[in-house]
Design a protein around this ligand. Structure first.
Ligand SMILES: [Zn+2]
Length: 92
């Protein structure tokens, strides 16, 4: 089995574009970049300063970075971060 070359890579990218939709790609790339950034942050600082931004672990609604409460279920940012850390720890 060989690594994908130029044409194969193009086909793979085209399939990804079809699967995810062109409009969702920037968001996908952003979330992937964010995941990488958060991973690096986590490696460096532990889980203490994990941002609250992202889907709420309780209700799944997106929470803004500066939020103090989840707009969906009303859980505090501290609860959300703590629950995220707990889930990450249990899945690792
Ligand atoms: Zn919530």
């Amino acid at each position: 089995m060989s690594l994908p070359g130029g044409p194969e890579l193009f086909i793979i990218l085209f399939v990804i574009l079809l699967v995810f939709g062109a409009s969702r790609l920037p968001k996908l790339a952003r979330s992937m970049g964010q995941a990488g950034k958060e991973f690096k942050t986590g490696m460096r600082e532990g889980f203490k300063d994990q941002p609250v931004e992202g889907p709420c672990p309780f209700c799944g609604i997106a929470v803004a970075e500066e939020s103090k409460f989840c707009p969906g279920c009303g859980k505090s940012a501290e609860d959300i971060v703590a629950e995220k850390n707990r889930k990450e720890a249990s899945s690792a």
